[in-house]
Structures are given as structure tokens and as C-alpha cells.
Design a protein around this ligand. Structure first.
Ligand SMILES: [Zn+2]
Length: 508
């Protein structure tokens, strides 16, 4: 039997507010345990929560960025359960009346656009953190995270493959980063994801029994866990067994999902409106005010990269799918345009009169520069980034240094072949390209005498090819230049090498 996979995702994102959602405690990650706590977030009797306006603002921005309908009134509710990391015995969340509903997110998978529904976005507080001792049968609790503001973003069960699920998560995370309301750090738990997954026979009207997956703190694990679960459920169903509704954990060491507990139903939590908090009222004026503060979002930036820089859709998509990468690209383009204008003035000895406007340089110049930098980022830079942890943020090569490297090539100081090796060294050390070129003696050989001597030896060693050239097969020139490049480890000036061989072979 053929099965259809149905996936829905719940994302929890820490909001980058300075203080917690219902008290004034700091939210900074990594402080010594239990140093960022007070009566309110510790759930002391008699203490009262006060809602952090910034947290509501951030959540509203995300709702606007994902085209949600914002509810004029939303209500905080208590979700009751016991766990040692939850001092109040309940978590303040939103249940029947969330902040926003009915949003959407467009993703691209294999060149096609898919529109995925967002069911709701609501505000809640995070719980504390248990730290289990590895040497003794003891656990410790750190309440610093208790009360840190979260938004929970619940998707419709619209995804059909693990790839779509990962693209959805990347898309959401990217928007959060563009809005600068979450740091998106999955390892520190500020961007977390749970997945609901079920299988049903193709064409069946009803969903199958779903399993909830937890503990997937990287996109790679999300994909692996979903793939594993599809196989497991398919095997169960094919053998005529029923799927148990439960919560399963992704075990990174064993590469499989393992049963954690039977799934609770909403009524198990005895939700009721929190009597300590008034309903949240969001006026149209507030929404419009916030709408004006929204930055350029990924989809708009994608369109602009194509129109302003003339980039192909593929380039624009790769660059804008990561805010930091897009920022890097734009900084490099700006910097290179300024630097090449300075070079031009120097060579023409024109008095500097400030930085040229982009119009003055003309659109073709921008587009050429943009494509050159985009190519470099997509090939050289992303390849090196894959080897490192932490992505573009931890890259040691600043856009300014990339410009320096390009300038060295433009001046003819190094060949473009050599520049690739220099870049690898820059990524490893963070040094300026000039320092690396100097230290390694990589300056391009533009000494005619030295190159001629080498070229003559090459011609002598390859009499057949030399005869071919003289007989009119001018294509073998490339072979000779290639030999000279090999001998000089790519440092020969290619233009000069061409001229020398043409002259020497022509003479003989
Ligand atoms: Zn507190």
C-alpha cells in the first residue's frame, strides 16, 4: 500500500527581550545558575506577573511578517502540570484565544513554491532547565530560563516530506533573524522544534494516528528523525499494526526515535484563563505603527537582489536565505565599488571628491561586480564555510578583506588561480591577503626574462606540439601556457605567458 506523509511543526522561539515576559529579570544566556530569578519567575506566593510590552511587540511583528490575522483580544491561560523545572506548577501560555492566527509561509523546494499554512502564533513563558549529573544520581535545576518569553508558532499539517519541513523551519528562522527578534540559536535552545508526523493511505480522507517528535536541535536531526519515523510507521502499518499516539525522542547516538511517553491531550492540562493577567488588547493603530517598523523581509530582498544587482534567481535565493550572508554580500559589493573607484582615481590622478554614488558608476558596473562577488560567495566562500562550525558569523574574512583580494587580482599582482588559495588561507587565519601573498611569495611573475627562459625549455621538451603550432594548429598554445602555469605554480601572468609563446613559436 502507498502512504502519504503528513507533517505539522511546532516551533518555539526565544524572543530577544532584555527582560523576562512577566518580571524584570534578565534573559541573557549562560549566566551562573539561578542568578537571574525573582519572586515572580520563581512562583512565590503573593507575587504577581506584569506583561512585558516588548515581548508582545516582537510576537506581533512575527505575526505581521507571516501574514497572520491578529486577534484584537487575546488571553493568557494556565497550562497545569508538574515538573521540577516549573516552580509555579503551571506554565503561562495562550490557549483558546491566541495572539494571532491564519498565517502563511512560502517555501521553495526543488524549484517550486509551496504555500504552507500557519495555524497560530501565541506567547508563553519558558520553563527552567534540569541538569543531570553524569557522575552521581542527582539532578540540579537552573531557573534562569524560567519566564523567558517564547512565541510558539504552530503550522498546519501541510508538509508532505522531510525536505519541506526543513525548508519551512529555515524560512521561519530566517524571518525571525531578519526581524531581529530571536537569535535563532538551535544549540542553545532559542529556536526549538517539535514535529507531528503521521501516515495515511494515499487518498484517505482522515489523518492517521500521529506521533510527536522532540529533541531535534539541528536541521539535520529534524530531517533524520522524520525520515526514520516515516520508515518505522510505514513498516508498522504495512504489517497491519496500529500506530500508538505518543511522544518520541530523537536519540542522536542511536540514530533512531525512542518512545518517551504516551501523548497527553489538551484536557490533561486543565487550561483556564490566568486570573492574574488582564486580556491583551491590540489596537489597529498599534498594528499599523508596528507594520511601519518592519524591515525588508527575505522575499522582498530576494526580488531586490534580482532587480538591483541583476542576479539570477538561484544566486538571489541562496544569498537571501541567510540574513548574515545577504548582509555580507551587500557589504562586499559596496566596499568593492568604493575601492575600485579609488583605484580608478589613483590611476587617473583625479582629486578625490567623496564616495561615488551608485548611479555615477552606472548599473552595468554594479551588476558585474555583484555577479563576481556572488560567484565568489557561492563557490569559494560557502565551500570553506561548510568546513567550519558557526556559519558566516564566525567567518574571519571580513567583506573589506575580500575586496583587498579582488583588488590584488585587478592590479595583476596575483593571478585569479592563486587568489583562491590565498582565500583559503584567509579563512583559516583571518590575515589580510597582502600579508599572505608576501609571506608565501605568491606575487605573479611578470618578469619577461624569467618567463621566456622557462617557456623556451618547455618548447624544447615538446617538439611535436611546437611543430603542430607552426603548422597552424594554434589551439596548442593553451597547452604551452598550461605547462608554464604548472611550472610556476599558477604564478605566471597568463596574458604575458600567451604573448611569450606566440612570439617564441612564431620566431622559430
Ligand atoms: Zn524574575
Amino acid at each position: 500500500m502507498e502512504f502519504e506523509v503528513v507533517i505539522g511543526l511546532e516551533v518555539h522561539a526565544h524572543l530577544l527581550t532584555a527582560s523576562k515576559i512577566f518580571c524584570g529579570c534578565a534573559t541573557a544566556f549562560g549566566a551562573p545558575p539561578n542568578t537571574q530569578v525573582c519572586e515572580v519567575c520563581l512562583g512565590m506566593p503573593g507575587s504577581l506577573p506584569v506583561l512585558n510590552r516588548k515581548a508582545v511587540e516582537f510576537a506581533l511583528k512575527m505575526a505581521l511578517a507571516t501574514s497572520c490575522r491578529i486577534n484584537p483580544t487575546s488571553v493568557f491561560a494556565r497550562k497545569n502540570y508538574f515538573y521540577p523545572d516549573l516552580p509555579k506548577g503551571y506554565q503561562i501560555s495562550q490557549y483558546e484565544l491566541p495572539l494571532a492566527e491564519h498565517g502563511l509561509l512560502n517555501i521553495r523546494v526543488n524549484g517550486a513554491t509551496r504555500r504552507l499554512g500557519i495555524t497560530r502564533i501565541h506567547l508563553e513563558e519558558d520553563a527552567g532547565k534540569l541538569i543531570h549529573s553524569e557522575t552521581r544520581p542527582v539532578s540540579f535545576v537552573d531557573f534562569n530560563r524560567t519566564g523567558v518569553p517564547l512565541i510558539e508558532i504552530v503550522s498546519e499539517p501541510d508538509m508532505r516530506t522531510p525536505e519541506e519541513a526543513v525548508e519551512y523551519l529555515k524560512g521561519l528562522r530566517n524571518i525571525l533573524l531578519y526581524l531581529e527578534i530571536c537569535d535563532g540559536n538551535m544549540e542553545e535552545g532559542s529556536f526549538r522544534c517539535d514535529a507531528n508526523i503521521s501516515l495515511r493511505p494515499v487518498g484517505a480522507p482522515e489523518f492517521g494516528v500521529k506521533v510527536e517528535l522532540k529533541n531535534m536541535n539541528s536541521f539535520r536531526f529534524v530531517k533524520a528523525a522524520l525520515e526514520y519515523e516515516i520508515k518505522r510507521q510505514r513498516a508498522q502499518l504495512s504489517a497491519g499494526r496500529e500506530i500508538v499516539q505518543e511522544t518520541r525522542l530523537w536519540d542522536t547516538a542511536a540514530n533512531q526515535t525512542v518512545s518517551m511517553r504516551g501523548k497527553e491531550e489538551a484536557h490533561d492540562y486543565r487550561y483556564f484563563p490566568d486570573p492574574d493577567l488582564v486580556p491583551v488588547r491590540v489596537s489597529d493603530e498599534w498594528i499599523e505603527e508596528l507594520r511601519k517598523t518592519l524591515p525588508e523581509l527575505p522575499e522582498a530582498r530576494l526580488a531586490r537582489f534580482q532587480s538591483e544587482y541583476g542576479l539570477p534567481e538561484y544566486d538571489a535565493e541562496v544569498l537571501t536565505s541567510d540574513k548574515a550572508l545577504a548582509d555580507y554580500f551587500e557589504a562586499a559589493v559596496r566596499d568593492y565599488l568604493e575601492a575600485s573607484e579609488k583605484e580608478r582615481r589613483k590611476s587617473q590622478q583625479i582629486k578625490p571628491s567623496g564616495i561615488p554614488s551608485e548611479e555615477a558608476l552606472g548599473p552595468p558596473a554594479i551588476k558585474n561586480v555583484a555577479k563576481r562577488i556572488s560567484n565568489w560567495i557561492m563557490v569559494e566562500l560557502l565551500r570553506e564555510l561548510k568546513k567550519e562550525e558557526g556559519g558566516i558569523a564566525s567567518l574571519k574574512v571580513k567583506p573589506r578583506q575580500l575586496t583587498m583580494l579582488f583588488t590584488l587580482v585587478d592590479r595583476g599582482a596575483i593571478s585569479s588561480t592563486v587568489s583562491k588559495g590565498v582565500f583559503v588561507e584567509m579563512v583559516a587565519t583571518g590575515k589580510d591577503p597582502e600579508a599572505i601573498v608576501k609571506a608565501k611569495g605568491l606575487v605573479q611573475i611578470a618578469d619577461t626574462g624569467a618567463l621566456e627562459a622557462a617557456a623556451q625549455e618547455i618548447i624544447k621538451a615538446n617538439p611535436k606540439e611546437a611543430a603542430d603550432f607552426r603548422a597552424g594548429k594554434t589551439k596548442v598554445l593553451g597547452f604551452f601556457v598550461g605547462q608554464l602555469m604548472k611550472r610556476t605554480k599558477g604564478q605566471a601572468n597568463p596574458k604575458l605567458a600567451n604573448e611569450i609563446f606566440q612570439k617564441l613559436l612564431g620566431d622559430g
